[in-house]
Design a protein around this ligand. Structure first.
Ligand code: CTP
Length: 433
């Protein structure tokens, strides 16, 4: 018996899928179809899949071509499947030409011509409303926002606003957008979602005006200069039913979600200390000192909560008055949070969560959490957890935003308003000295 295998996501099942399954079956006597799992698709950056795994498998089953349906869960699984199911031929569409040649050691590989003018992406784009995203900025660097948006079906960066005409014009030309504005009210009329990535001094005002117009907003962190302003923004978003997300990408990453779960669930024992170190040298000059404080305070808030009892900070400055090194201490009833921030000095970037039964460590650029280690006191070995994310991670925030808009869900569960306000409070305390 000649066994054939083929793989795909098979989202919004269409004629192209039907054709390839039919032709794959013709290459043998027994056809196995591998359907990608949801987490595998997220990991490889395919974020816009609409149908659940069950629906996608059911649609494949309904064609009657598949003798067996399996789930594809990880990169490299194809080699295991070929051996496990004793496969003769792997069939795949011509969009993958050359990509599976290395599997010829294990079985025949056949690339079939794709059916023209149809794809899941095309259907998704036709079916759904496209939301216009506008960027309010004060520089012409986009931090890959435009590129990241391209990976989320249903979003289109259309316009840019800047109070500086040169910046607006340059940004618009550089990223081939529909238009630019120096008049914020005009800009707001043209877009559905606003990404406020301006300096702190204008951030609150721009967010507020967008929310007043009923727009969904993404804003760089911290979202305001004072806790009072921040509170006002979250209340306004709730009142006007607007999705309002703070741009701290870490909390949208799957590995971080897993880590958080382990500190609160699986790690079991009590968390005693959270320590994180962060160096300014790892960031672009666009980032301010406040950004680093935001990011590291966010970790403390997420793991230990926003209701600390005591707060202390200490900064060492150079002759020019710039901060070289700083520490921030949070004292809780039964735990301690400790932040170290360095600028131009050697610092070991690391997030360490110490509990009375286990320790979790995220090495190096912990804010891009993709991998962490867990060492239980009673275990001989370290357990390693990893979950890849694509690009700079911003697409995962955008995807969450889109789902929230479509589901009419307004409360962000990745970063609660109390945590965002906690971050602003830290910055206010530091400013007061
Ligand atoms: N396929 C095809 N012709 C099409 C679309 C897909 O032959 N018009 C094939 C692919 O080459 C692949 C299989 O169907 O072998 C599953 O493809 P999948 O990625 O699930 O479908 P797409 O429509 O390409 O999805 P997307 O737009 O999300 O990439």
């Amino acid at each position: 018996m000649k066994k054939v295998i083929t793989y795909g996501t098979f989202d919004l099942f269409h004629k192209g899928h039907y054709n390839i399954l039919k032709r794959a079956k013709e290459h043998g006597d027994y056809l196995i179809v591998g359907v990608t799992s949801e987490s595998y698709d997220i990991e490889r950056g395919k974020l816009s899949v609409r149908d659940s795994l069950t629906t996608r498998m059911e649609n494949v089953r309904k064609t009657g071509f598949a003798d067996e349906i399996i789930i594809e869960e990880y990169l490299g699984q194809k080699i295991r499947d070929i051996a496990k199911y004793d496969i003769d031929t792997l069939v795949i569409g011509s969009d993958w030409i050359g990509k599976f040649d290395h599997l010829r050691k294990y079985c025949n590989v056949v690339y079939l011509e794709r059916t023209k003018n149809i794809s899941s992406t095309m259907i998704r784009n036709e079916e759904s409303n496209i939301f216009n995203v506008g960027i309010a900025t004060d520089d012409d660097n986009d931090s890959d926002v435009i590129l990241e948006t391209k990976y989320v079906s249903g979003l289109n960066v259309s316009d840019v606003y800047s109070s500086d005409k040169n910046v607006a014009e340059k940004f618009c030309d550089r990223f081939e957008l529909n238009g630019w504005e120096t008049d914020y009210d005009m800009f707001l009329k043209k877009v559905d979602i606003v990404y406020v990535r301006c300096g702190l001094s204008s951030r609150y005002d721009l967010i507020k005006r967008a929310l007043e117009c009923g727009k969904s907003v993404i804003a760089d962190s911290p979202v305001a200069l004072t806790k009072k302003q921040g509170k006002e923004l979250f209340e306004l978003a709730e009142k006007n039913k607007c999705v309002f997300l703070e741009n701290i990408i870490t909390v949208y990453l799957k590995a971080f979600t897993q880590l958080l779960w382990m500190t609160q669930g699986d790690m079991r024992g009590n968390t005693i200390r959270v320590k994180c170190a962060i160096s300014y040298d790892n960031f672009s000059t666009r980032n301010s000192f406040a950004d680093l404080v935001s990011l590291s305070s966010c970790m403390i808030m997420k793991i230990l909560g926003a209701d600390y009892k005591k707060f202390e900070h200490n900064f060492v400055r150079n002759e020019a008055g710039e901060i070289n090194y700083g520490t921030i201490n949070f004292s809780y009833e039964d735990a301690v949070g400790f932040i170290e921030i360095g600028n131009g000095i050697e610092l070991e970037n690391r997030l360490v969560i110490t509990g009375d039964q286990a320790t979790i460590t995220v090495k190096d650029d912990w804010w891009n959490t993709g991998y962490f280690e867990l060492k239980r006191q009673d275990a001989k070995h370290v357990k390693r957890y990893s979950f890849n994310f694509e690009g700079n991670g911003f697409r995962y925030l955008l995807q969450e935003l889109l789902i929230m808009i479509r589901d009419n869900r307004y409360e962000c569960t990745r970063l609660f308003p109390s945590e965002s306000l906690g971050i602003i409070d830290v910055l206010e305390k530091i400013k007061k000295g």
